[in-house]
Design a binder for this molecule. Structure first.
Ligand code: IPD
Ligand code: CA
Ligand code: CA
Length: 287
């Protein structure tokens, strides 16, 4: 596998160069996934990240070390933003890897098999490559801009659902949910009323991958980090879906807020989110 020079071109990589980056992301996700599997049911260290509902385990850390090892070998001059290590690498590089070594830590710690490694690559701030590996269902989701999206090497597409009342959606709740009225509870109730159901998977990256492959029709969430979204954004786009801000505007990973859908439901979901938003802003909150 060739190595990629960080500043070799001001243009986004395409063709063979993009394929190499996709293969690097795949290698990182698969080898970190094997690390996660080795810790399954064997966890000895679970630490609080300040609060008892926000935890980190030895598996998170070991899987991240594995991703970093692969990136160091292939792309030592790229930037990295990894959940457990923070910012690393060359801050001047136009390439930024956004890594969640274990997305779904709470699930993992409870041996609820719904977690993944999420490896995203941004070029000049724009998501370019996304690989999400769920080692518990042995599903490898891959996408790169212009190259399409796949699950276990078979092409995937978003669903064709056009009505909210026929849709199955998914969302999640951030770790600050007890401290803010903007905690997504009202939105969850609202969409539960309008749809066939709203799932709370507990792994934002798998939620996005499932929208990409049509198992779910739409997803929204707030309070996310770039490493939760970067890979999944490429998957949904390449599978024919849309990702945006809640109001349909350009997605900004730094806001932590995302609306993703099969495209057909996008405007409907955006309008409904807009109806709930003023309610949550005025809702009196007493912990
Ligand atoms: C969490 C999961 C969850 C989402 C949270 C995330 P973690 O990531 O993706 O589904 O609702 O907001 O923080 O902590 O398991 O990596
Ligand atoms: Ca996460
Ligand atoms: Ca994580």
């Amino acid at each position: 596998m060739g190595s990629i020079k960080a500043d070799s071109s001001p243009l986004a990589p395409q063709g063979d160069q993009l394929q190499v980056l996709l293969d690097i992301a795949t290698e990182a996700a698969l080898s970190a996934g094997a690390v996660l599997q080795s810790y399954w049911g064997e966890l000895r260290e679970i630490e609080d990240k300040g609060k008892p509902d926000n935890i980190v385990t030895e598996a998170d850390k070991a899987a991240e070390v594995e991703v970093l090892r692969v990136l160091e070998r292939h792309v030592p001059d790229h930037q990295i933003l990894a959940e457990e290590s923070g910012s690393l690498g060359n801050a001047e590089s136009p390439f930024l890897w956004a890594i969640d070594p274990l997305d779904g830590t709470t699930n993992f710690a409870h041996q609820y098999p719904f977690s993944a490694v999420s490896v995203g690559l941004l070029f000049q701030g724009e998501p370019l490559v996304g690989v999400i590996f769920d080692p518990f269902h042995n599903e490898l989701f891959r996408a790169a801009t212009g190259l399409g999206a796949s699950c276990n090497r078979r092409p995937i597409q978003v669903s064709q659902t056009r009505q909210l009342e026929r849709s199955l959606l998914v969302t999640g709740f951030a770790y600050d949910r007890r401290e803010t009225v903007d905690n997504n509870y009202a939105e969850f109730c609202h969409f539960t009323h309008l749809t066939q159901g709203v799932r709370r998977g507990g792994s934002a990256s798998i939620d996005l991958a499932y929208v990409a492959c049509g198992r779910l029709d739409g997803y929204w969430e707030r309070g996310l980090a770039p490493w939760d979204m970067a890979a999944g954004v490429v998957l949904v786009r390449e599978a024919g879906g849309l990702v945006s801000a809640y109001d349909g505007g350009v997605l900004e990973l730094g806001t932590g807020r995302i609306l993703a859908s099969n495209r057909h439901l996008h405007q409907l979901m955006s309008v409904e989110l807009g109806k709930v938003r003023p309610l949550t802003q005025n809702f009196p909150f007493e912990p």
